[in-house]
Every structure is written in structure tokens, then in C-alpha cells.
Write a protein that binds this ligand. Structure first.
Ligand SMILES: [Fe+2]
Length: 285
């Protein structure tokens, strides 16, 4: 299958015409590409909701989304509509994060499909924590590998980054506020360094939105190293910036890849989203 690299070594772009028949063989090829490159951008697709669900089901079992309420229908409870209307000032996800790190089994895959896209702006940034881990010194890799991290919703509920999300007004933000109000305090312990079960590649599993501290350490003791690692993961050298078009499908590994929604547009935007494969991240030994 033909594809273009989106950066020096992270993320690829495929034209929909390359997928003429999405049969089992094509599905397997796409899964292998997804595992290897962590981020797939497929351009110029023409999918109705059922076709979007069918396509994404190639990668894993789709699950109902309890965070984004908007657009749930009885027919497609697994599809969430992520909408920012004209005039809405704030957006969702404008900070580096993984989704659901505070669950013991966070979803491994997320797919977004572009429906209504601004003329300019509204890109999504991704960063590879696999590349970030690879570039650490051997000594630092050994230190981090020995640690577990706590991911918690407490940071989302109390700390400034998520209060940014909650400041917003309008439909999408009210959905977020509702989700946060209903969200119980959740937390999970994960290895700081995990591995992809297929490729075996190690990656850092921590982010500034939900990772509070290292297991067995205080917040104070943890903050110096965590802050270093957050900044390290976010470096532009590990980033990939995706510009949306209608018919663009973006699919990423939510364990290995962090994302950041850039809020630099004032036109309506609508994306459809599914997520799949809730799995416990595996410790890298
Ligand atoms: Fe997110």
C-alpha cells in the first residue's frame, strides 16, 4: 500500500483510493501500518456513519463514549460528534494528553473523521512518546523504567489545564461539564514505560493532564522528573501536525501517542469520533 511519511519518522498519510476494497487483507495491512507508525491519516474518504463504524471496526471493538454526550444516537451509541460552533471561544482537548489514562484499561485506539472543517486552523497535534523514550539516555531510561505512575481524574477536575476546558460555553463545553460532573474520582497505576504488544516498542505512558506522581513518592518528590518528562515528550521533534479536510480520517494509538487540539479558528467544526480496544498498557521489562 502506498503512503507518504508525515514527518521524519512518525505518522503516515494514505489516500483513500489505496483502499479500493476494504477486505480482510487490506484490514490486516492497515493494522500493521497502524502498529508500526502509530498515527494514520487517510485522505478523501467518503463515509456515512455506518461506513465509518464498519471501517473503524477493522481495528478493534468500538465502545460507547461516556465523555462526549453530543450526538449519541440509539443507532450509533459508539459514535460521538465533536462540534465547535461559530462564536464558541473554547475548544476541547487544548492540552497535551492521552484519553482515559485514569482507567486501568484506557482505550488503545481513537479515530476521528472530518465532517465540517474550517477554511483554516483547527489542526490537531500529535506527539510520539515512543520517540521520546528512544531519545532518552540509557541511564534515564533505566530510572524511568523502574517507576510506576498514578493517573487520576483529580487533576482534570481541580487543576488549571482542565479548568480551561470547563471555562467554555456552548454545546460541546456543556457536554464536557456534564461529563466532568458525573465523572467519579478515578485513578489507575500504570508502568511509566510500557510496550506495544505487537511491535514490542517501548514508550513513556505519562502526560501533564492526568499523571499526578510516581507510585510511592510524594507529589513534591515526583514533580521535578515528571515536569522534565512532560516537556521532553512534547518537544516538536516528536510531533506531527495534522490539517483537517472533510473526508479525512485520523486514527492513532492512544497509549503511545498524545494529542492536542489547537484552538485557532472561529468557524464551525464537526468531527465524528469512535474509540476502541480498552486494554491495560503492558509494562516494558
Ligand atoms: Fe482527547
Amino acid at each position: 500500500m502506498n503512503f507518504n511519511y508525515l514527518t521524519g519518522n512518525f505518522g503516515i498519510e494514505i489516500q483513500a483510493k489505496e483502499l479500493a476494497d476494504v477486505d480482510q487483507g487490506t484490514g490486516l495491512t492497515l493494522q500493521n501500518l497502524w502498529h508500526e507508525h502509530e498515527l494514520l491519516v487517510i485522505r478523501d474518504m467518503d463515509l456515512d456513519t455506518q461506513a465509518f463504524v464498519n471501517f473503524c471496526s477493522l481495528f478493534g471493538e468500538l465502545q460507547k463514549n461516556y465523555f462526549f454526550f453530543q450526538g449519541h444516537s440509539e443507532e450509533y451509541p459508539q459514535v460521538a460528534r465533536i462540534i465547535k460552533e461559530i462564536g464558541e471561544k473554547k475548544n476541547t482537548g487544548g492540552i497535551w494528553h492521552h484519553d482515559q489514562g485514569y482507567y486501568s484499561k484506557p482505550v488503545k485506539g481513537i479515530a476521528l473523521y472530518g465532517i465540517d472543517i474550517p477554511n483554516r486552523g483547527g489542526d490537531t497535534l500529535f506527539t510520539s512518546s515512543t520517540l521520546a523514550y528512544e531519545s532518552l539516555s540509557t541511564a534515564m531510561q533505566q530510572v524511568v523504567k523502574s517507576l510506576n505512575v498514578i493517573h487520576t481524574t483529580e487533576l482534570m477536575l481541580k487543576k488549571q489545564p482542565i479548568s480551561k476546558l470547563m471555562e467554555s460555553s456552548g454545546e460541546s463545553s456543556s457536554g464536557i461539564e456534564r461529563a466532568l460532573k458525573l465523572m467519579p474520582l478515578e485513578s489507575a497505576v500504570h508502568p511509566a514505560v510500557c510496550r506495544n504488544p505487537v511491535t514490542g516498542k517501548p514508550f513513556l505512558y505519562l502526560n501533564r493532564t492526568t499523571t499526578s506522581h510516581f507510585e510511592g513518592m510524594t507529589l513534591d518528590e515526583s514533580s521535578g522528573l515528571l515536569d522534565y518528562l512532560f516537556k521532553h515528550i512534547e518537544k516538536p521533534e516528536f510531533n506531527c501536525r495534522v490539517q483537517w479536510r472533510p473526508g479525512t480520517l485520523v486514527l492513532w494509538n492512544n497509549h503511545q501517542v498524545l494529542h492536542y487540539a489547537v484552538n485557532d479558528y472561529n468557524q464551525r467544526r464537526e468531527l465524528h469520533r469512535v474509540h476502541f480496544s480498552a486494554e491495560r498498557p503492558i509494562k516494558y521489562l
